[in-house]
Design a protein around this ligand. Structure first.
Ligand SMILES: [Zn+2]
Length: 228
């Protein structure tokens, strides 16, 4: 049996990592590389590349490769997005047996094949969902004179809450409405929203400390007291 220790990719420069991605693509005769292909043929760990370039997609883009697609045309991104949707609708981590229609667009087998096992798929998903922090804020959005007086400083964060950040807040809050405790765990179909506590327009930043989970009923009912 051939046994070879995988070299750590941490000691490699960004350019060396990208070159290794391109090398694997050339070896496979393709213009893209999936995480599982890289795990098989690359010299480093896919997770190191994801951390270094924020995501697998960013790494592919930096290497001038195409976003990875399987033979049947499903990208890793789509698989992660689907897993996030299933996770949110259950209000918890889905089990292997739950990855099927109608809850999931893709089968558990698709995840196994792509990532080399279900637990590997979950590890990659957690990496993906933890990795989209964009540091740059929007252009200062100061619309009125009074807003200028109250909030003269440029904003640190964007107003928009990214899908991945929403997911992380839902996980933090245990998939429960902070006001009434409603959760899809008990009532399938409960819709949870993640919103700013101090509205962005009032200077609240898009940071975990200023984000809270609310069910759609409480969220609508909050009215002006919460939003204005
Ligand atoms: Zn509620």
């Amino acid at each position: 049996m051939n046994f070879e220790l995988r070299k750590t990719a941490r000691g490699l420069t960004d350019e060396e990592l990208l070159e290794d991605l391109r090398r694997v693509a050339r070896k496979l005769g393709r213009d893209t590389v999936t995480i599982s292909e890289y795990t098989e043929h690359g010299i480093g760990h896919a997770t190191t590349i994801q951390r270094r370039f924020r995501s697998w997609f960013m790494a592919l883009e930096n290497a001038d490769l195409k976003p990875s697609r399987s033979r049947i045309g499903i990208s890793d991104e789509e698989l992660f997005q689907n897993l996030r949707a299933v996770w949110i609708s259950l209000g918890r981590q889905p089990s292997y047996g739950e990855i099927k229609t109608p809850l999931s667009q893709f089968s558990a087998g698709t995840y196994e094949k792509r990532f080399g096992g279900w637990s590997q798929a979950l590890v990659q998903f957690v990496d993906w969902v933890s990795s989209d922090e964009r540091a740059e804020p929007d252009e200062p959005q100061i619309e009125t004179e009074s807003a200028k007086k109250t909030w003269p400083k440029a904003r640190k964060t964007k107003r928009e809450i990214s899908e991945r950040m929403r997911f992380r807040i839902l996980v933090r809050d245990g998939f429960r409405c902070g006001a009434c405790g409603a959760s899809p765990l008990e009532n399938r179909g409960t819709e949870l929203h993640v919103d700013h506590i101090v509205p962005w327009s009032k200077g609240g930043e898009t940071v975990p400390e200023n984000l809270a989970t609310k069910c759609s009923r409480c969220n609508l009912g909050k009215g002006d007291a919460f939003e204005a």
